[in-house]
Write a protein that binds this ligand. Structure first.
Ligand SMILES: [Zn+2]
Length: 302
């Protein structure tokens, strides 16, 4: 069998080596359990190596991998490809610039997917510049066409998405980029869990700050990642950002945000023109006390 290779793609050797390595990392980091998860990467415009079904990704060897074309035909390999490979094939069809796809069930990101919450708030500079906004694909019945259909809208504009009640999907220009994006998704999900869940408060970045971070991302050659919500934009009763500014009730100036509703928490009012009511201040003090109690209980601050 002959394939069309050119310099655009890594060799079979390189791709198979990377897939096996990513499988080990995925399993070792508890991003999957048992035989879960799948990885694929292109070696030509129309062929991919992918992981087999029924094999733990932590114990996979190169001879277990399957070569397929983008129509789903198996070209080489003794094992069956993953049943979730339809999702990968759809990513490649939607965006020809994608050369690798990773799917896993990392616990924090999967928890957000189960809660029905996208990771779409700008609270961390690196996340805005790197992984960007992480949207939530609607629930889809495993093994059906619903799954590829659910992720298709995000493939050209974003770098990753959550799969409702299921897990996470990332893609990239090569296998390691797709894997690092999966690491970034889980890391950002954990940070969201600590700030919003444990501490109960996150200072969102202002519209201006997000504008500058996205400009830097664009200058580094990444045009995907969407636009996460900046301070207060898209919150209850406040319109979402339009072209970098909230459509009304929120104008940023000099790094300070004057939003329609305030984020009166422990510190965010210090730089904005919003005014905190006494009730808000009491709430903030209560949150701070709870956090101090949790930290003390866990041996911090002694
Ligand atoms: Zn899965």
């Amino acid at each position: 069998m002959s394939y069309q290779y050119d310099n655009k793609y890594p060799s079979d050797f390189e791709v198979k080596r990377d897939i096996v390595e990513i499988g080990r990392r995925m399993y070792a980091r508890n991003f999957v359990a048992a035989n879960d998860g799948n990885i694929s990467a292109k070696v030509s415009d129309n062929t991919i190596w992918c992981t087999p079904t029924g094999v733990s990704k932590g114990y996979m060897t190169e001879d277990m991998l399957v070569l397929m074309d983008l129509d789903g035909n198996v070209l080489k390999g003794n094992l069956k490809p993953s049943t979730e490979i339809k999702m990968h094939l759809r990513v490649y069809r939607e965006n020809p610039e994608v050369n690798a796809v990773v799917h896993a069930h990392p616990p924090a990101a999967t928890s957000y997917a189960i809660a029905g919450l996208p990771l779409n708030h700008a609270i961390m500079t690196e996340a805005v510049m790197g992984i960007g906004e992480i949207p939530l694909a609607p629930y889809a019945m495993p093994g059906t066409e619903e799954v590829p259909n659910s992720i298709a809208p995000f493939v050209k504009t974003h770098n990753a998405c959550l799969l409702a009640n299921h897990g996470a999907l990332t893609w990239g220009r090569d296998a390691m980029e797709a894997w690092f994006r999966m690491e970034s998704v889980e890391h950002f999900a954990l940070v969201n869990m600590y700030t919003n869940g444990l501490i109960g408060h996150a200072n969102e970045l202002t519209c201006d700050q997000v504008d500058r971070l996205i400009e830097r991302r664009t200058n580094s050659g990444i045009s995907t990642g969407g636009r996460p919500l900046c301070r207060n934009c898209g919150a209850d009763g406040v319109p979402a950002c339009v072209a970098g500014k909230c459509s009304s009730g929120c104008q940023s100036s000099g790094g300070a945000s004057a939003c329609g509703t305030s984020t009166c928490g422990t510190s965010s009012c210090g730089t904005s023109s919003c005014s905190c009511s006494e009730e808000d201040k009491q709430d903030a003090q209560m949150v701070a006390q709870i956090v101090q109690q949790i930290l003390a209980k866990n041996g911090y601050g002694r």
